[in-house]
Design a protein around this ligand. Structure first.
Ligand code: MN
Length: 378
């Protein structure tokens, strides 16, 4: 990855809302957009105006907020769709065209020539109206690569500002994505590329990084990885993986990731699992004796990054795998000082209770176990 600035185009409000069963209210959309903007997201894909009046009103309301982030809408390659976007006041559009033969033959029931023609007409209309245009190659990951390169070059020659490579069904691995994006980058060097990845095989974040390594400068994300089917590359994962696995800063303020995750989790009625990478409430919970001891000696022993970087906290969990160091630490936090034989006895009781109840102990359970011990109140 070179040091060109990476731009996050977050599509929580478009692909995220496209998740089966998810509906955001206008107030929720505004709140999500405001927070995305506040943490430094460069571009927000905010809706599909062609869907009708309600969607157009909400895109218009987002435009009126005057955010720093550029707002972009999703469009089919038709003049009608682009007119609907223009009416909302946006200055940027994604014009989506199906590029795989599967989609061209079995979804559109058209030909490659028809796709070329639609692209010319829609892109020409958008550029006449001074729009920033991203051409979205739907199902690019299953397209014939030579035809795809031809379309990317056509988009460039017609004045497009970037091309979105979509792994629409989430079927490729990072190595293939890297090779394909690199190929397009070399074949059409004059046009910015974007990667849009899905998580059907659990590879969305890895594929997003691979696309960036392959030469894309823009990357699509959604908060919590919300999106069609298994979802999209998660904003919080992409930003933290770029920072900690690749040494690349995106300029995004990650400290509000948990807050943002809760906002989108509530608005989408899809609560975030506590083991969700980066923002799950319990991803910095340590139970095993070795790990709790290690992390208490130095957090760097067992934490890849500081939980505060994303707005999380460390938890020392008391359960079947606990050791005396972790137990002593938790007791001291509760103002209880036990040592030696008493601590060992209590540890046996903690492990036994966790084993029987198949879960870690909460503070009330721990305090009940401590009660018989004579120096509880010390
Ligand atoms: Mn998608």
């Amino acid at each position: 990855m070179d040091n060109k600035a990476i731009v996050i185009d977050d599509t929580t409000l478009r692909d995220g809302e496209q998740t089966a069963g998810v509906v955001f209210s206008l107030e929720e959309k505004k709140e999500i957009a405001r927070m995305l903007d506040a943490i430094g997201v460069g571009e927000i894909e905010c809706g599909i105006p062609a869907m009708g009046k309600t969607e157009q009103a909400s895109v218009g309301a987002l435009v009126e907020m005057g955010l720093k982030a550029r707002l972009i809408t999703w469009n089919r390659a038709t003049i009608g769709d682009i007119q609907a976007s223009l009416a909302c006041g946006v200055t940027a559009v994604d014009i989506s065209v199906s590029v795989s033969d599967i989609h061209i033959e079995h979804k559109l029931k058209k030909s490659r020539a028809w796709v070329r023609e639609q692209l010319k007409v829609a892109l020409g209309f958008a550029k006449e109206h001074n729009l920033y245009v991203c051409v979205g190659g739907e199902d690019a990951s299953r397209a014939d690569l030579a035809f795809l390169a031809e379309l990317v070059d056509l988009a460039r020659s017609l004045g497009a500002d970037r091309f979105r490579y979509c792994d629409t069904l989430g079927v490729l691995d990072p190595f293939a994505i890297y090779e394909q994006v690199r190929f397009l980058r070399q074949r059409v060097p004059g046009l910015d590329l974007e990667v849009h990845t899905h998580n059907d095989l659990g590879l969305a974040t890895a594929n997003a990084l691979a696309g960036l390594k392959g030469g894309a400068r823009f990357v699509n994300t959604t908060v919590n990885g919300l999106g069609e089917r298994a979802g999209n590359a998660a904003l919080e994962e992409v930003v933290m993986a770029l920072r900690h696995a690749c040494g690349i800063e995106t300029g995004i303020d990650s400290a509000r990731f948990v807050e943002l995750s809760h906002l989108v989790g509530a608005a989408s009625c899809r609560p975030v699992p506590e083991w969700k990478a980066v923002v799950g409430a319990r991803v910095f919970a340590h139970e095993s004796g070795l790990h709790a001891d290690g992390v208490l000696k130095s957090s760097r022993n067992y934490e890849g990054f500081d939980p505060a970087e994303v707005g999380l906290h460390r938890h020392i969990v008391l359960g079947k795998h606990s050791g005396s160091h972790g137990l002593g630490y938790r007791l001291r936090q509760l103002g209880i000082h036990l040592e030696g034989g008493e601590l060992d006895t209590l540890l046996d009781m903690v492990r036994d209770l966790a084993q029987r109840s198949k879960r870690p102990l909460d503070d009330a359970q721990l305090l009940r176990l401590c009660r018989p011990m004579h120096n509880l109140a010390s």
